[in-house]
Ligand binder design. Sequence first.
Ligand code: F0G
Length: 448
Amino acid sequence: MSITDTAFQECINPDCGAEFDCGQALFKCPKCGELLDARYNWDRIEVPGKLSDFAARWANRSNRLDFSGVWRFRELLNFCEDKYKVTIGEGQTILQQNDAVAQYVDMKPGCLYLQYEGLNPSGSFKDNGMAAAFSHAKMVGVKSCACASTGNTSASVALYAHSCGMKCTVFIGSGRIAFGKLSQSMDYGAQTIQIRGDFDDCMRQVQDVCTKLGLYLLNSLNPFRLEGQKAIMYRIIEGLGWEVPDWIVVPGGNLGNSSAFGKAFYELKQLGLIERIPRMAIINATGADTLTDLVNSKKLAWNNGRVNQAIIDDYYADLTARNFSPHTCASAIEISRPVNLKKCLRSIDICNGVVRAVTDDEIRDAKAIIGKHGLGCEPASAATIAGLRHLRAEGIIGADERVACVLTGHALKDPNVTVNYHKQKQGKFSNPPVEAPNDLDEIIKLIR
Ligand code: F0G
């Protein structure tokens, strides 16, 4: 194993600040237990002088790293040598300008963009992160890995583990996972363990299992996974002709994306590659709204890294005392103890962020609108449009600001929510199938 001198790991706790080389598989700081960041010695990396320089790689699609929507930005996540870099073609995603959805959220034509991550190999944004995390895993010689998941992480881990020749075990909450996702982890050959509990229970168990058995953890506690997810922001900027939007809107679950996105913008600004940082809106479901509660009601904030831990401890103690388990139709974000909470608070600080929660009815309606006018998405992704609608109504986001919503997962991930919405006429935009006799004239009468 050869470790580059371009990157290292650092504890996010300013009172600790311990540093480790990238040759170690660490998922929290061994000294103080806080989250770790991947950090770079930028003076040892040849970063292009401007972001548009990355466009030159489009012409070189036969190079697997230039083709990858993550690795064509490789100077911005330079923690391993090329020989370890894993790609299965992730990040061939598009930024779709969408005026019909813009109208639904009361925005002016030309202002709303949907960053559609459903086009990834396993159908969700997770593949961006896995390309990076599996590269690190290969660099440190991993044979077996594991994750807890609400479904998409497990699908992505199963796919990448298979392609890297690693064994993998995924932990999912019994009855808590959408069918499309469950089918993927089984089909891609992962050992799938259904725990009688929710995602938060799985997350706790997988950390202990990984520690006891020395398995490599692929949840977003893994700092290298979040490095890959930064590329989603690079591609939004790329889709806007190398310009920065005014707002990024993202669903909030375990808070890995929001953490990665804030870090991406911070670094780009630090490198002089962008002049301003966009604002960020993070959208919870009301049935899993820990972040919203902590930030908006309890006023929890990054506070230069000195987050008030007592507020978090009290909040979680209350959840435990009430035996609270989160519930939302957006099963991907059905999480009440988000592991990246502190990094997300840092992103809110970097991006002057706001947090909102939306109801399941709002999510289902927004999903139907995206389905009808866009590329479709799973419920968690639609929380962005439902949240944007709130923020427009409140006047926090202007009708003519440029907004990019991250549609995190493919519509086929969760067919049950879609079929129930339409067949059971659950919302304003339900489009149920029409029963017809097996008779030509009768069928013709029904065609509208
Ligand atoms: N959208 C989708 C489709 C997801 O699968 C997830 C998370 C999120 C949003 C939330 O992203 O955690 O970065 O805030 N899914 C994880 C999983 C938890 O296990 O698949 P986050």
